[in-house]
Structure formats: C-alpha cells, structure tokens
Design a protein around this ligand. Structure first.
Ligand code: FES
Length: 119
C-alpha cells in the first residue's frame, strides 16, 4: 500500500498534527506545514498525537521531547521515561544527544490549492 501524499488542508488548521501513513503532518500556522516520521526517538510514541508549541516545535505526547520539524532534530530531551513523568537531567541529556544524531525523517509539505502535499 502506498503512502498518502496528500491531505485536505481543511483537516490541518493551525496548531494541529495529523497522521498520514508513516508521517506526522502538522501546521505551524501561516501555511507552514511539516511532515516528519511518526515514531519518537525516545520510546516510539506516536508523534501524530503530539502538539505544536509556541516555538513551532513538535512535542511528543508521552514525555514532551521537543523536535525541530525542519530538521527532525530533537532539541529538548524527554521529561521522564516509561510511566514516570518528571525530572531526569542526565538521562534527558543523553537521549537528547542520541536524538540529535538519529533524527526524525523529514518530508517537504506544501499547500497546493485545497490540499497539503508531501513531496
Ligand atoms: S516517547 Fe517521546 S519523549 Fe518519551
């Protein structure tokens, strides 16, 4: 089965993230769309269920790792692990270093008419 490469833009209002096959597709506002691979580099949470913060980063729904959606790089590590949510300073730094190396895959996502197209 081929991956979807088109989404109706109406399904992606500013500040939202949606699933499109293996991709998390979002709108950072002002038609700034993005598409990144869906699995968090920390513990594989589905980033299509994440959120977009005030800096335009994609935030993981499980432990709030933050990603630069232009590069796929983890710019802030997780706040916890497994079922624990809280400070883990050294662990957070270690995962962040790994997340900078093993980046999310990135696809270009642009608006074409009424659709968002993944290239
Ligand atoms: S699974 Fe994403 S931060 Fe833990």
């Amino acid at each position: 089965m081929s991956e979807p490469d088109r989404l109706p833009a109406a399904e992606l209002p500013p500040g939202t993230v949606r699933r499109a096959g293996d991709w998390a597709v979002g709108n950072r506002g002002e038609d700034r769309y993005f598409a990144v691979s869906r699995r968090c580099r920390h513990q594989l949470a589905d980033l299509a269920e994440g959120s977009i913060d005030a800096d335009g980063c994609l935030v993981c729904p499980w432990h709030q790792s933050r990603y630069d959606v232009r590069t796929g790089e983890m710019v802030e590590g997780p706040k916890g692990f497994l079922g624990y949510h809280g400070p883990t300073p050294l662990y957070t730094q270690l995962v962040q270093v790994l997340g900078r190396i093993a980046r999310l895959r990135v696809r270009r996502a642009t608006r074409e008419g009424t659709d968002v197209v993944l290239e």
